[in-house]
Ligand binder design. Structure first.
Ligand code: NAD
Length: 507
């Protein structure tokens, strides 16, 4: 028995037995077939209405986001609803241009014409987190639907009503029934949805869950895109505008209570400007009103904060500000520094709270080494007044995106810019052209060119010494650096082909 015959199906315990989920997928598959028949332009016309709906319902959606997630209202507009609406406009305008077939003739088969068309995958399962509960799943769903897929969304169990609200926005666009649906539940439901075999999983969440998602998908196998955690760093060079950099750190480390995958968790500052920078950050954080910081959305986070702070104290690190709970739902914005911080969990692990750890460097190579000594690699921010130095960092830092004199997190609001990480921050991209193509597969169709009559290919049976020469000439004709040799090989091939057509038209 061959290896393939031994494992024809995923192990039974990986198959979902939930009839509700099976039905949801069946209905989604039915709706998808008709949806995929529409042109991209027609799909974009329908989906474009989502921007109007988001803007019309802005106040209600903001109420819901503030209530369920806890972020300040200004962030509900600026980080969730506004970017989602802008994403719709960008995607709907660009998709008809981006989802087009490529046509070409391969060099070794010039008698053929190949088209590569980005076609839909089928049913895309989106599993999303609670920290950016609207913009993350909405943007992914938009791309998947535009590309011709059906979508099943499992929002975080911490923010289920925002998941339902996304369903209402798509309903208001008049999409075919069952094309987009929301399935509520916790991780067990997420696991069941993967077991029921969607055609792709777009997962956003922690590294620990991402590993489970990938293992479950591997059993089928089905493709996954993983947008995972980050311990993102902001590098401040000695030539940077320190006032500007300190404002960026105060905001980038603490907005949404630090519950942002790309928040500033680490600061690498040149040792000569450390005190100036840190004291400005501390001053600025002291002036941020409690209402602007947001609150703990998911209670389990409290334990992570307490563990990281306790460890920092035990190591004798210097807590420059914060470090205490203002009330049960809000940790004071915290800045920590000191000898040995680079070994501490607050530096190496995702705190996902308003906590910034600071370390120093003496030269750029040291900063890059310290930056890359990290399990994650989502975004990095570099503050310097030297464009050359900034480009040097941008080329060397191991991350998905580098922002120069700006916060990497801001890029998530830009629908045009591919978003995603490397290493422990995952792989695959949402947003931009890459995010759209992530929801497609390249379908190859190969057809005759020039209306040529069919003839036996010179590399088919029976093999004879002429064919050996012909194949050697084929290699020379496409790959030799000399034009003269390529031309000579083509001439000989032409003659050999002609002879073969005459002598052995068919085998
Ligand atoms: P999480 O991993 O706990 O949960 C994410 C989602 O996965 C939830 O919907 C959850 O129900 C589901 N889930 C849990 N177990 C599952 C399983 N076994 N199979 C399938 N689904 C399962 O993450 P979270 O606490 O909701 O979100 C915070 C994390 O997300 C942080 O690590 C943060 O950095 C990361 N994040 C990353 C990005 C990014 O763009 N890279 C964006 C936002 C958040």
């Amino acid at each position: 028995m061959s290896a393939a015959e031994e494992t024809p199906l995923p192990p039974p315990h990986l198959l979902s037995h939930d009839p509700e989920i099976a039905l949801r997928y069946r209905l989604a598959r039915g709706a998808q077939v008709q949806w995929a028949e529409l042109s991209v332009r027609a799909r974009a016309r329908r989906l474009g209405k989502a921007a109007d709906v988001l803007l019309e319902r802005m106040e209600d959606l903001a109420d819901l986001i503030v209530e369920e997630n806890g972020k300040p209202r200004v962030e509900a507009y600026g980080h969730e609803i506004g970017p989602s609406a802008a994403h719709v406009r960008y995607m709907c305008a660009q998709a008809p241009r981006l989802l087009v077939p490529r046509r070409f003739s391969p060099a070794v088969l010039p008698i053929r014409e190949v088209t590569v068309t980005p076609v839909p995958l089928g049913v895309v399962l989106i599993i999303s987190p609670w920290n950016v509960p609207l913009a993350i799943p909405f943007g992914q769903a938009m791309a998947a639907l535009l590309a011709g897929n059906a979508v099943v969304l499992k929002p975080s169990e911490v923010t289920p009503r925002i998941g339902d609200a996304i369903g209402e926005v798509f309903d208001a666009c008049g999409l075919p029934p069952n094309l987009f649906s929301v399935v509520q539940g916790d991780g067990r439901v997420g696991a069941d949805l993967i077991a029921a075999r969607p055609d792709k999983v777009l997962f956003t969440g922690s590294l620990a869950t991402g590993r489970k998602v990938m293992a479950a998908a591997a059993a089928h196998p089905i493709p996954v895109s993983l947008e995972l955690g980050g311990v993102d760093a902001l590098v401040v060079c000695e030539d940077a505008d320190i006032e500007f950099a300190s404002s960026a750190i105060a905001f980038g480390g603490a907005f949404n209570h630090g519950q942002i995958c790309a928040s500033v968790e680490r600061v690498l500052v040149h040792e000569t400007v450390r005190e100036e920078l840190v004291s400005r950050v501390v001053d600025k954080l002291a002036q941020v009103p409690a209402r602007d910081l947001g609150r703990v959305t998911f209670g389990m986070q409290r334990r992570v904060y307490d563990r990281h702070l306790q460890d920092a104290r035990e190591r004798g690190l210097h807590i420059r500000c914060g470090g205490a709970w203002r009330d049960r739902d809000q940790l004071e914005a915290t800045v920590i520094e000191g000898e040995g911080i680079e070994d501490a969990p607050v530096w190496r692990e995702e705190t996902f709270g308003p906590v910034v750890a600071v370390a120093t460097f003496r030269h750029d190579d040291e900063a890059i080494r310290k930056h890359d000594d990290c399990a994650f690699g989502l975004t990095a921010s570099v503050f310097t007044t030297s464009p050359e130095r900034a480009e040097h960092y941008a080329r060397r830092l191991r991350v998905g995106a580098v922002s120069i004199n700006e916060l990497g997190a801001s890029l998530h609001a830009c629908g045009e810019v591919p978003w995603g990480g490397v290493e422990g921050s995952g792989f695959g991209r949402s947003h931009g052209q890459e995010g759209l193509l992530e929801c497609t597969r390249p379908l190859v169709v190969d057809r005759p060119r020039w209306g040529l009559p069919s003839f036996k290919r010179p590399w088919w049976f029976p093999y004879d010494p002429h064919q050996r020469a012909l194949m050697a000439d084929l290699a020379r004709s496409v790959a030799h650096r000399s034009l003269r040799v390529r031309f000579g090989a083509r001439l000989r091939m032409g003659r050999a082909l002609f002879r073969q057509l005459v002598e052995h038209p068919r085998l």
